[in-house]
Design a binder for this molecule. Structure first.
Ligand SMILES: [Zn+2]
Length: 392
């Protein structure tokens, strides 16, 4: 058994204690609270964390482990061998875990390599976060991400595509509702898959007990996906009052990935990022931030999604998203809840992880300082535990 003591504790539900104790047995949390309230085991390894903060391991609802986050990840991914992609993904899994992100949802790789990575992590062959994998996303012919996607052009083809994903063993089905920043010749705002095509894929995913996510940037495409039954909107660049209303009515989550355009604009053309990606990011960034604020103020459920793997959006720097979320109005506590409890609910893993409660997995992030005083402290990683085991 392990006893963590003397630290600030944030449990993921909105509660925090200044001087707390947390008891872990095997891979599970068994007790937590103020020192006098917790029964301490007779024999345990005591870990003193004075000056530190302990919180649930973070959850990133949108990553791409297969992407090397250089100037043009998609071109690199398409050109390289599968072995190289697998090695890249394995390394990215390790650095993500070490940064305190203990659960991820991968929303697009190459040839189902993400499923192999997921399984290798689960079997303990390689270090990495708990992982939900999306396999191939479903897009229209020539649509956003077609280089890696499964191209469809009718509801029947979309149904087939979803069934192929389920047969391969994906945990989530991702569909492309609109154009995007990274593909030349497609507009971020334009709708792509039709509502009927998306509905066909979503029905199959839900029948198989899987959630669905959509890359969706323009308003019409986002609304199409919501009407089709989507569970989460990724990016959500052009939200308006009506779209937010629809999200609230149907309990649709937002995974904003604010860091993705942030880094593209920050590094820019000088770093070799394709001109079309920089130009589109510059064009959409302000809308993107405004949409996030609108969704937040309106009470839409928001999770942490980063799109890690896009240009200079480096794996292991995921928690920078929380800083941007706080810059745009969230309190540090709300940002932490988004990256823990709310993320676990969207991913459907909230019985196991997302909050620190007796019976849940001991996935823990320990940082120096207090992230509630300054959210940047979330990146001052001191220790990470997954399943109660210290990640080295
Ligand atoms: Zn993405």
């Amino acid at each position: 058994m392990k006893v963590f003591q003397n630290m600030k504790l944030i449990d993921g539900t909105g509660k925090s204690w200044e001087q707390a104790v947390l008891v872990v047995e095997g891979d599970k949390v068994v007790a937590l609270g103020k020192p006098g309230e917790v029964t301490l085991p007779a024999k345990a390894e005591v870990i003193d964390l004075a000056g530190k903060t302990l919180l649930p391991g973070l959850i990133d609802a949108h990553v791409h482990l297969c992407f090397e986050p250089g100037p043009d990840p998609v071109t690199t991914l398409v050109a390289e061998s599968e072995a190289t992609t697998a090695l890249t993904a394995a390394r990215n899994a390790a650095v993500t875990l070490r940064s305190g992100v203990t659960t991820i949802r991968d929303l697009g790789g190459k040839n189902f390599i993400d499923l192999d990575i997921r399984d290798a992590i689960a079997k303990g062959k390689i270090p990495g976060p708990r992982m939900l994998a999306g396999g191939q996303f479903i897009c229209m012919t020539g649509g956003h991400g077609w280089q890696m996607g499964y191209e469809v052009d009718s509801p029947a083809e979309a149904r087939k595509a979803a069934r192929v994903q389920l047969k391969q063993g994906v945990d989530v089905v991702k569909i492309m509702a609109t154009g995007g920043v990274m593909t030349a010749g497609v507009e971020p705002g334009s709708p792509q898959l039709t509502e009927e095509e998306m509905r066909a894929a979503i029905i199959e995913a839900h029948k198989g007990g899987r959630k669905t996510a959509t890359h969706a940037q323009g308003t019409t495409g986002i609304q199409n996906a919501i009407r089709a039954g989507i569970d989460s909107v990724e990016h959500g660049i052009f939200l308006d009052e009506k779209t937010v209303e629809m999200m609230l009515e149907r309990d649709v989550y937002l995974s904003a990935t604010l860091v993705a355009p942030h880094w593209i604009v920050e590094y820019g053309r000088e770093a070799g990022i394709p001109d079309h990606a920089v130009a589109k990011s510059e064009m959409v960034m302000e809308h993107h931030f405004n949409s996030f604020e609108l969704a937040y103020r309106s009470g839409v459920k928001i999770v942490m999604g980063t799109d890690a793997g896009t240009p200079f959006n480096i794996h292991g720097k995921n928690s920078f998203e929380l800083k941007l979320m706080v810059d745009r109005g969230m309190s540090p506590m709300e940002a932490i809840i988004a990256a823990t409890k709310t993320g676990s609910e969207l991913l459907g893993v909230d019985k196991e992880v997302g909050t620190l409660e007796p019976g849940k997995k001991a996935d823990l992030l320990v940082v120096d300082g207090d992230p509630l005083k300054d959210i940047n402290n979330i990146a001052n990683v001191y220790q990470v535990y997954k399943d109660g085991i210290l990640v080295d």
